[in-house]
Design a protein around this ligand. Structure first.
Ligand code: SF4
Length: 486
């Protein structure tokens, strides 16, 4: 049985896309390999959001050159955002790459892999020994495809899998000046509510209890395709397609928890804030990308809100759901960011006291307006601001964790702790990681735990009513999830 290995860089959307590709290969009789050395097909699903993400994928593929020499039958491919942005150029950069597939063609990957394997077999069997030297031997497809958003809909679920991502839309029309997503993922295209609900029902039938709805600009879902309707309880209050979708998914029997990421601050209108207040399955956590606390920089970023509006939204969210956890993304060192601009960001982050935040040094992306702007900020300045802001973020995250110590919380157990297989891990409704001692049949279950200890970014706990406690080693702290771009 041929084996495949997929390495995923970047955000949850990429993870979801990789799962779809894995599903399509499993359906053709392929088996998942534990690592690339065992595989007959090695695929890197890439990210372009920062230069470092691209360099990591290029470095990884470069290192596989030796394997390609020893095993010319293996298919090597780049998928996803970097593949979309760079296309055939990647074949020149790394000659052993056979396959480059963009973000609207994941559903074609299995066909292409089969095709390349057949061609390689013919070449290595001596039928056509020169075929592999012919550049036409490779396959590159970065075309746009209408309806491609509907093709990310199947899953490769593990036994007792409790959580799943559901991709509800692709692309973004916002054109923030630092962001490459509109180029790599195309214009906004949404799936229908009926299709999404069908997918969620299928997941619940397989035991999934929590779904996270995914989109680059998730709360503007459907704005080009579907109408806004009048609310049932309050006909004067319009209901956006996204809130209609939340309600429809919320109605799926057996689903226990509902999340979404990543939203844009401008998409939080009264109907969505009302949904956060009124839909009990919707978890008390919002990831609310800030990017900057300076109005001047927000304007240069083409973010269409001000710091004051952002703070007003924070207040509205906290008023709607008192115990809501807020996390964010911040970019430091955007072109033209002065010390004064940075101080405004710092003050805003200090004021909001986020439960966690992902701080990024601005990374120029090809063919984005910000990359061409004058007054690019020195790397040392970016680094200093990054370090300084992380201190503020870490202190607030620590306080948020400590507030939970001694409290009982419901967690959904996701499986074994990544760093200690004697312990289990799960998440609170506010999306905090909890590690605890439990039994195998806890996996996939909602469990009440008492929090005993906080390390800042993760918590340890015991089953409610139990006496002992367990403490995390620093290695058990969670690695931060990777930013989605919104
Ligand atoms: S940062 Fe988010 S909202 Fe802005 S263009 Fe990128 S994906 Fe769209």
């Amino acid at each position: 049985m041929p084996k495949f290995f997929i390495k995923t860089y970047g955000c949850q959307m990429n993870e979801r896309d990789s799962e779809q590709v894995a599903r399509s290969l499993l359906d053709r009789g392929y088996e998942a390999a534990a690592n690339e050395l065992e595989a007959d097909v090695v695929l890197l699903n890439t990210c372009s959001v920062r230069d470092m993400a691209e360099q990591k994928a290029l470095g990884k593929m470069g290192m596989l050159g030796r394997m390609a020499k020893c095993r010319p039958d293996v298919v090597f491919g780049f998928l996803g955002c970097m593949a979309q942005a760079r296309g055939a150029e990647l074949l020149k950069l790394i000659p052993h790459v056979d396959l480059v597939v963009g973000t609207q063609k994941f559903h074609r990957v299995a066909d292409y892999v089969e095709d390349l394997r057949a061609r390689k077999r013919a070449a290595t069997d001596g039928v056509d020994q020169h075929a592999m030297d012919d550049p036409r031997f490779s396959i590159v497809n970065t075309e746009e495809e209408s309806g491609s958003q509907e093709t990310i809909r199947e899953h490769a679920l593990r036994a007792r899998q409790a959580t799943a991502f559901v991709s509800i839309m692709q692309g973004c029309n916002m054109h923030c000046t630092f962001c490459i997503v509109p180029r790599t993922r195309g214009a906004e295209r949404s799936r229908t509510i009926a299709e999404i609900v069908r997918e969620v029902r299928g997941l619940v039938e397989h035991g999934v209890k929590e779904v996270t709805l995914l989109g680059q600009i998730v709360n503007l879902y459907g704005r080009h395709e579907f109408p806004t309707v009048a609310g049932v309880a309050d006909p004067g209050r319009a209901k956006s397609p996204f809130v209609q979708l939340l309600e429809a998914v919320h109605n799926v029997d057996g689903l226990e928890r509902l999340r979404f990421t990543s939203p844009h601050p401008i998409g939080f209108r009264a109907d969505l804030i009302g949904a956060l207040r009124d839909l009990p399955k919707l978890c008390e956590h919002v990831h609310l990308p800030l990017q900057s606390g300076s109005d001047r920089i927000l304007k240069a970023m083409h973010r269409t809100y001000t710091a004051e509006k952002y703070l007003r939204l924070v207040d509205q969210l906290r008023a709607a759901r008192m115990d809501i956890a807020l996390t964010t993304d911040v970019i430091v060192g955007f072109p033209g960011e002065t010390e004064g601009d940075y101080e405004k960001t710092r003050a805003l982050v200090e004021r909001v006291q986020f439960d966690n935040a992902f701080v990024f040094r601005y990374s120029p992306r090809r063919e984005t307006p910000a990359a061409e702007m004058a007054q690019q900020v020195d790397e040392e300045v970016k680094e200093a601001r990054n370090r300084d802001l992380l201190k503020v973020v870490d202190a607030a995250a620590k306080r948020a964790g400590e507030r939970l110590v001694g409290r009982e919380v419901e967690i959904l157990c996701e499986g074994l702790s990544k760093t200690n297989h004697l312990r289990l891990t799960g998440r609170t409704r506010s999306n905090k990681i909890v590690v605890f001692e439990g039994a195998e049949n806890d996996i996939g279950q909602l469990i009440d735990l008492k929090i005993t200890h906080s390390t800042g970014f993760s918590l340890s706990a015991v089953k409610a009513g139990a006496a002992s406690s367990c403490h995390l080693s620093p290695m058990e702290e969670l690695l931060p999830p990777v930013m989605t771009a919104s």
